[in-house]
Design a binder for this molecule. Structure first.
Ligand code: RFL
Length: 403
């Protein structure tokens, strides 16, 4: 590593410059650091923000295995809780699916993403990892050359220039890695599901010991435990709705109605800590590489939250990228880097397929037209298959908890 200053911008070097300290960037950083690779993480946010950004919560069994394999699972083993059941509530009634005892017999571990990020961050810094908080990457330059670099702005506004051998774009869907891809270098497949959710985090204990999926003529409602005190809820809402248009009273009344509390028991109410509107969209970039720039996590592929796959794919891709970079930088073997994109894309498309299936399962189409009636009949038929067909339940279990 060298550090110097010329033409106003501080100049630094690292073998691997990682953009973004979310699950993808932090897993990658920890694995590279453990093998003595010279790397640095550039993160736009400050540390407090990272430790409080509530997003995912359901970790697949394979994600837990990856974290355990690298000694990064201590926090989730201590504080995470196993989860293996979901409940569907529809106009026809309700049923439980104990997916943990079907398919591959695997379970989720419920562990809030901000706690995982905090654990990974603490470990990386304790092991002496370099991380620049408050540093926004602006562009990746010369990615198709042997000497790529990153321009960035530090917390105090000063410009900085990082030269690297490889750049890992782990900075999400709106990050600098995606923005820096030249036209035509990578193809983007995009799908807008034409559905929006109001994502809520409530300081209220979970109301059922299962993930709850309610399909209702007024729209989807979802219930997901986060901790014994906090629950995530979703309410399908109009595209373009403002989160502020939803008072706490309206939120709880609408949740109670769609979750059919009158039939199946009341919800535990409490203050709503966070509300955001999420438009359900998916995309995949192909390939996940442009020269020396590699993409992982949401920067590589956006999964709509209907099937809770995004953070899990981020961890899987980070492990694959770390192994490939280590092979190259330690042993001079670049075969893993050459295969990286193809290996990830096989997982990405399977996850996209299941997410898409979930989107269609959970949302009723509105309107009296033929297309809406057709969609709703198919949806009812799918739910009925899930309720009655053993092989369908096994298929669901395998895809729901797998990555
Ligand atoms: P992240 O977590 O977005 O981290 C990217 C990091 O990059 C930083 N950054 C930059 N840093 C420097 N320069 C720039 N120019 C930068 N631009 C951005 C950001 O500050 C941030 O720290 O991406 P990563 O690591 O790829 O991880 C992806 C996951 O966060 C995401 O897929 C999941 O949260 C998706 N997701 C869920 N996934 C699951 O597996 N299970 C779930 O239960 C689940 N629930 C959810 C979710 C996503 C949600 N939202 C955000 C729609 C629930 C919700 C509400």
């Amino acid at each position: 590593m060298t550090e110097s200053r010329s033409s106003g911008a501080a100049q630094h070097t690292a073998d691997v410059v990682i953009l973004g300290a979310g699950p993808a960037g932090l897993v990658l950083g920890n694995l590279l650091l453990a093998r003595g690779i010279d790397c640095v993480l550039l993160e736009r946010a400050d540390r407090a923000h990272l430790g409080s950004r509530a997003r995912a919560g359901f970790l697949a069994a394979n994600t837990v295995r990856i974290l355990e394999r690298h000694g990064l699972a201590e926090g989730l083993r201590r504080r995470g809780r196993e989860h293996a059941s979901c409940e569907f509530r529809t106009e026809e009634g309700r049923f439980r699916l104990d997916y943990g005892s079907l398919g591959l017999g695997e379970r989720h571990t419920v562990y809030p993403q901000q706690d995982l990020v905090t654990d990974l961050l603490t470990r990386y810094l304790a092991d002496g990892g370099r991380l620049r908080f408050g540093t926004e990457a602006l562009a990746v330059l010369d990615a198709d050359s042997a000497r790529p670099s990153v321009t960035a702005r530090e917390a105090d506004g000063r410009p900085v220039h990082w030269r690297a051998r490889y750049v890992a774009g782990c900075d999400g869907r709106h990050g600098a890695a995606r923005r820096s891809l030249p036209p035509g270098a990578v193809r983007r497949y995009h799908r807008d599901h034409q559905v929006s959710w109001l994502g809520l985090l409530a300081e209220a204990p979970p109301s059922l010991d299962a993930v709850g999926y309610a399909v209702h003529e007024r729209g989807f409602a979802g219930h997901m435990a986060r901790t014994p005190e906090v629950t995530r809820y979703y309410l399908q809402c109009e595209r373009g709705s403002s989160p502020d248009a939803w008072s706490e009273e309206r939120i709880w009344d609408e949740l109670a109605l769609r979750m059919r509390s009158a039939d199946y028991g009341p919800l535990n109410r409490g203050p709503v800590l966070q509300r955001t509107v999420v438009d359900l969209e998916s995309d995949v970039l192909e390939p996940l590489r442009h020269g020396a720039l590699f993409l992982a996590g949401d920067a590589a592929s956006l999964l709509c939250p209907a099937a809770a796959k995004g953070a899990n794919l981020a961890v899987l891709e980070a492990e694959l990228l770390a192994a490939a970079l280590i092979d190259d930088l330690v042993r001079g073997d670049s075969a893993g880097l050459a295969r990286y994109s193809q290996r990830c894309l096989a997982h990405v498309w399977r996850a996209q397929e299941f997410s898409q299936w979930m989107v269609r399962l959970l949302h009723a189409a509105c309107g009296p037209d033929d297309a809406a009636l057709f969609h709703n009949s198919l949806r009812r038929s799918r739910i009925e298959s899930l309720r009655t067909s053993r092989s369908q339940q096994h298929w669901f279990a395998e895809h729901y908890v797998g990555v």
